[in-house]
Design a binder for this molecule. Structure first.
Ligand code: NAG
Ligand code: NAG
Ligand code: NAG
Ligand code: NAG
Ligand code: NAG
Length: 374
């Protein structure tokens, strides 16, 4: 029998350990016994304290940045023999963070969690080390609806999602991946996510349109309706359109907010937006004008908090049901001054047009002079 209990499996498998209170506990449960948070940051942490979480619905466990290699033997236990026990545990939401986890341990824990009611799993600030075990022979793991991954590095690079996918059931509806080390998935190994409705790749500032094209493996996200790529290094709406077209995804809602978007280069190829796209978020995108080539028709367009200096003309906008323009300079109630906005001031534009007129008449005079000479 394994002597060193895994901080996770301990929680799952060893609820009958004897308990006697002394020093402050790394785990704290709220008054309703709903949420339990453990932070094992002590050099000699008391892992048994995790037992306090036994009747919580939401459990968060942080490993104090240490390696969980010492628990590797857990991976040899067949979780079947504890299945009845795991089934009685009420937790539905689990966060694991701040540790180095060997891949065989992580996947063994996922297999054991297949007997639990776990619905939402969050992995944060983890370093997953070593090579994964051979793929399971049958569908296994928890029936997650939401999987969130933030700042997790994997020794196996871009193969990680395909590997992780083998240890959860295909029910996943929401997948959040932020601060990823690699989103260059090996598409050939990735299985389809048949139920995935929301893919959130926000907070991957190095992604860019090219990275998005690579991450969106073709035909793997047939049910996708919402794609969030906030703060993900996107530069041009046109490039995003091309990435979506290449992947054949049909999102209804696309969030491109918090990217530094530039106007599409003149002469750039036109791209056909997904026909289902009805809501587009372009807020906080540094836009000085409405990008050209947006979908012709939208129910929602958010252009708030950009740098639009004048109200967009009707012909610059798609046909849109709900348009948000808050937080743009043209709505600023302060009167424009020459320093702030010389191009918009009436005086300057009047000047500009008279200079133009002057220039035109000068050119005409020259032309006439030239004719006179001829
Ligand atoms: C470790 O935690 C358990 C469970 O909360 C507690 O009963 C025990 O006293 C703790 N051990 C030490 C050495 O503090
Ligand atoms: C990301 O996770 C590593 C541990 O794997 C941690 O050292 C680092 O501080 C985390 N970074 C952020 C920005 O939280
Ligand atoms: C998408 O991911 C970002 C970054 O992790 C997060 O802040 C945001 O809340 C997520 N969106 C949704 C709808 O969960
Ligand atoms: C668009 O994104 C911004 C910031 O990410 C958010 O505050 C806003 O609610 C979003 N707008 C819509 C219509 O969802
Ligand atoms: C004014 O217009 C010129 C030429 O179109 C442009 O280069 C400049 O950046 C504009 N200045 C401001 C403050 O918008």
């Amino acid at each position: 029998m394994v002597r060193t209990p895994c901080l996770l499996l301990l929680l799952l498998l060893w609820p009958q350990m004897h308990v006697s209170a002394t020093i402050p506990e790394p785990c704290e449960v709220d008054d309703n016994n709903f949420r339990c948070v453990c932070n094992f940051r002590d050099p000699q942490p008391n892992w048994s304290s995790a037992l306090n979480c036994i009747s919580a619905v939401e459990v968060e466990i942080r490993g104090g940045g240490r390696s969980l290699q010492q628990f590797i033997k857990i991976a040899d236990i067949d979780p079947k023999q504890y299945a009845h026990l795991i089934r009685t545990l009420p937790f539905e939401r689990l966060t694991v963070g701040d540790a180095q986890v060997p891949a065989p341990l992580l996947f063994a824990v996922l297999r054991a969690l297949g007997y639990s009611r776990l619905n939402q799993l969050m992995l944060e600030d983890l370093e997953v080390t070593g090579t994964p075990p051979p793929p399971p022979l049958e569908a296994t793991g928890p029936a997650l609806s939401t999987l969130s991954i933030r700042n997790v590095s994997w020794a196996t690079g871009g193969a990680w999602l395909a590997e992780l996918q083998q240890w959860i059931l295909p029910d996943l509806k929401v997948l959040n991946i932020a601060q990823a080390y690699s989103l260059a998935f090996s598409c050939a190994e990735l299985r389809t996510f048949p139920a995935l409705v929301t893919l959130n790749l926000s907070d991957n500032p190095g992604l860019g349109e090219h990275g998005l094209t690579v991450a969106l493996c073709p035909h793997k996200f047939p049910a996708l309706r919402e794609l969030e790529v906030r703060n993900a290094g996107m530069k041009m709406t046109n490039g995003v359109c091309e990435a979506l077209a290449a992947a054949g995804v049909q999102p209804h809602h696309l969030d491109l907010s918090h990217n530094s978007l530039r106007a599409t280069a003149p002469g750039a190829r036109k791209c056909l937006w997904p026909s289902a796209l009805s809501s587009l978020n372009l807020s906080f995108a540094g836009l000085e004008q409405v990008p050209k080539g947006l979908p012709a028709k939208l129910s929602v367009l958010d252009l708030s908090f950009n740098r639009l200096n004048r109200e967009p003309r009707v012909d610059e906008l798609p046909q849109v049901g709900s348009l948000t323009l808050d937080g743009n300079p043209f709505l600023d109630p302060r009167p424009p001054t020459h320093q702030e906005d010389p191009n918009n001031s009436g005086v300057v534009s009047a000047c500009a047009s008279s200079t133009l007129a002057l220039g035109m008449s000068g050119a005409l005079a020259l032309l006439q002079g030239a004719r006179a000479f001829a």
